[in-house]
Design a protein around this ligand. Structure first.
Ligand code: GLV
Ligand code: MN
Ligand code: MN
Length: 419
């Protein structure tokens, strides 16, 4: 992998400090089953506290907004200049990894610390934003904090209820937020100069190709569906096969159809059934009801629309064949977001300054950047994920690649500050 060569008048990040802080955050919420910093959980709150400490130590004024986003700010030399924002998230999926989101947050703080250590003041203020519930594991509402900053909350966000019955209204104070004041989290475009986010790729392209840096060209669109299949619970030993209304067999057929829609049929880039609840979930009872979560992702919104048509058509077919009722409810449709050419160029220039080769690639994962892009120009830097693994305990990015990414983030900040 390439090594860094920074021009002598530039500022260098402290690679060992960066990786030490990343490792320390990576100990908060770690279990044998992987990282468990699901938003609003005790480990999430502990991770947030750790980050607040790092921000304060780096000289930032720290506040928490009404959406629970942590915002650290250092003032710039020009009083009226809009802020350059660096950000990401510290919440994780259940049994997730130590780098998704965490790298972007720790690197952003390191960048601010490195500028302070160099005794420099930038023209622009710099804000580091740590966004609440990026993953949406809690409340099934993702990009929750970044959408509040961008003014993109929907009625479903206000009414959100967790699987355990808790309301978002009740839980938001656990991370310092307040739903009745959510409008105050929104930022005006004229307050912000741009948004820069470093993230692990979470896919195989950089690692497989041996490229240290990825310049993101756009962020995938995503549509999610809740599928409720109702058949009839009955005795597993006495009910003849022909008399069954088995919700589980129907769910299995639909799950394979989702794979076929994205796979053989190539209607959409990827399709996943990631969750399933079987009722009553007992070995000797034919399942009377199954609820499952389906998602499709594609950069082309027309492909997502076509996948929905095919999903609904197949569900009807299966309902008829299996004598069950299938309700498909659209949950959320997140549009794809292109990254502007000049913002891609900013990252490419920053990589070149660091002496690092890059490729351009789209993001198959979702990111806070796609919400923030609604109010300010956004750009993303990717670094390699070993084996392309993410949202899993084996998620790994080498310390050298983490440092490379942080250096590119710092260079991008310095370039943006001068433009
Ligand atoms: C969010 O992290 C996603 O892409 O699932
Ligand atoms: Mn992430
Ligand atoms: Mn993630």
């Amino acid at each position: 992998m390439s090594t860094q060569s920074i021009p002598s008048d530039s500022i260098a990040i402290n690679a060992s400090r960066l990786n030490d802080h990343l490792a320390a955050l990576g100990q908060i919420g770690i279990t044998e089953a992987g990282m468990q910093r699901v938003a609003f959980s005790a480990p999430d709150v502990a991770g947030r506290d750790y980050v607040v400490g790092l921000m304060a130590a780096a000289g930032m004024a720290v506040r928490v907004d009404a959406a629970g986003n942590i915002i650290g700010r250092v003032e710039g030399g020009e009083a009226s200049a809009p802020a350059i924002v660096l950000g990401s998230h510290t919440d994780t999926v259940p049994a997730g990894g130590q780098y998704d989101g965490a790298l972007g947050v720790i690197a952003a703080i390191e960048v601010v610390q490195a500028v302070a250590d160099a005794g420099q003041t930038l023209r622009h203020p710099v804000e580091v934003m740590v966004f609440t519930n990026e993953e949406g594991t809690s409340f099934h509402r993702w990009l929750l904090g970044s959408r509040a900053v961008a003014g993109l909350w929907e009625s479903e966000d206000f009414a959100a209820v967790a699987d355990d019955g808790a309301t978002l209204t009740a839980r938001l104070p656990d991370v310092g937020g307040n739903i009745s004041r959510i409008a105050e989290a929104r930022r005006r475009p004229d307050e912000l100069a741009c948004y820069l986010e470093l993230h692990i790729e979470q896919g195989p392209l950089l690692h497989r190709g041996g490229f240290p840096i990825g310049v993101v060209t756009g962020i995938t669109g995503r549509s999610m569906y809740h599928v409720d299949i109702v058949g009839e619970a009955n005795h597993a030993g006495t009910t003849p096969m022909a008399m069954r209304r088995d919700a589980m067999s129907s769910a299995a057929r639909l799950a394979l159809a989702v794979r076929r829609i994205a796979g053989e049929m190539e209607v959409v880039r990827v399709g996943t059934v990631g969750s399933m609840e079987v009722h009553p979930n007992a070995g000797n009872v034919i399942p009377g009801r199954v609820q499952m979560g389906v998602e499709f992702r594609d950069e082309r919104m027309e492909s997502l629309a076509a996948a929905e048509v095919e999903l609904r058509r197949t569900a009807e077919e299966i309902a008829h064949a299996e004598n069950v009722a299938i309700a498909v409810t659209a949950q959320r449709n997140t549009p794809s977001v292109p990254i502007a050419g000049n913002m891609q160029q900013l990252i490419a220039d920053a990589a070149q300054l660091a002496g690092l080769e890059h490729i351009n690639l789209p993001s198959g994962a979702g990111h806070d950047a796609q919400a923030i892009a609604a109010i300010t120009p956004a750009a993303m830097v990717f670094v390699p994920s070993v084996g392309g693994i993410s949202h899993a305990p084996a998620e790994y990015t080498t310390p050298a690649d983490c440092a490379n990414g942080a250096q590119v983030l710092l260079n991008a900040l310095l370039l943006a500050d001068g433009r």
